[in-house]
Write a protein that binds this ligand. Sequence first.
Ligand code: NAP
Length: 272
Amino acid sequence: MSDRPLPPSAGVIGWPVAHSKSPLIHRFWLERLRIDGDYGRLPVAPEALGKAIRALPALGLRGVNVTVPHKEAVMAHLDHVDATARAIGAVNTVVVEDGALVGYNSDAPGFAEPLAGLALPGKRALVVGAGGAARAVLAALKGCGIAEVILMNRTPSKAASLLAEMDVAGEAVGLDAAVPDVALVVNASTLGMRGQPPLVLDLSGLDDRAAIYDAVYVPLETSLLAAARTRGLRTIDGLSMLIGQAAVAFEKFYGAPAPREHDAELRELLTR
Ligand code: NAP
């Protein structure tokens, strides 16, 4: 038997998982770096999650990304969950480290990546949504030093609970509230997604230096981003977060930084 090391392999676990863009992204980077590795789709039903996760070391996989509906349930099957993922309450990346299963959440650093150039510490942000994406966004904004978050949601009581649970200063408001004077507006709701109603916000009162960030990536140009562009504001689209979170996972799986100099080509591939 050859003792040549196995090619590095990882994948995405979900149910269903056919829609996931992760294989496209990771395989693109593997190819660009000429790494003889693989990244597959792993459809795993909820009742099989524990067995599938615990089998990762024996299967020789470096790790997996975790998508709907497993992001919360997977935590019970891990040896260790890092502090950010624990604060968010969800794991989207499991890495096999010295035979142990370690959970991370790469959505928060992925979301934060394009904010690096903005002077956000001490400023206020408006975040729309109080679901899974909003949890990662709040953790990231806390890490960026945002002073206060106005959390706008269809169900304001959910927003209020989330602020309290994540220990974020700010207030919860309904979707009919006026847009306050903030440095950053984030859509972390499903509004604006294909098949959903648009997110309509009056951006006219914002400072010219405000930025608008939409986590939705299908379609990439949401009506919120179009309105922000018309108003001359800086915009950040959902692919920035998608690519950013994948890059954090890629480095953990394959031990090499994702080759981000090819982002333009990758964006083209993802929007084809
Ligand atoms: P989720 O957990 O299901 O949360 C959905 C949120 O949208 C809730 O706040 C919900 O309000 C609100 N909502 C749903 N339907 C609505 C409607 N008809 N009117 C008003 N509000 C509505 O979803 P999620 O996982 O957080 O995902 C949210 C968005 O983020 C999706 O578009 C997803 O694609 C995107 N996302 C992007 C990335 C990325 O990498 N770019 C990563 C993760 C997620 P209630 O609380 O009132 O129900």
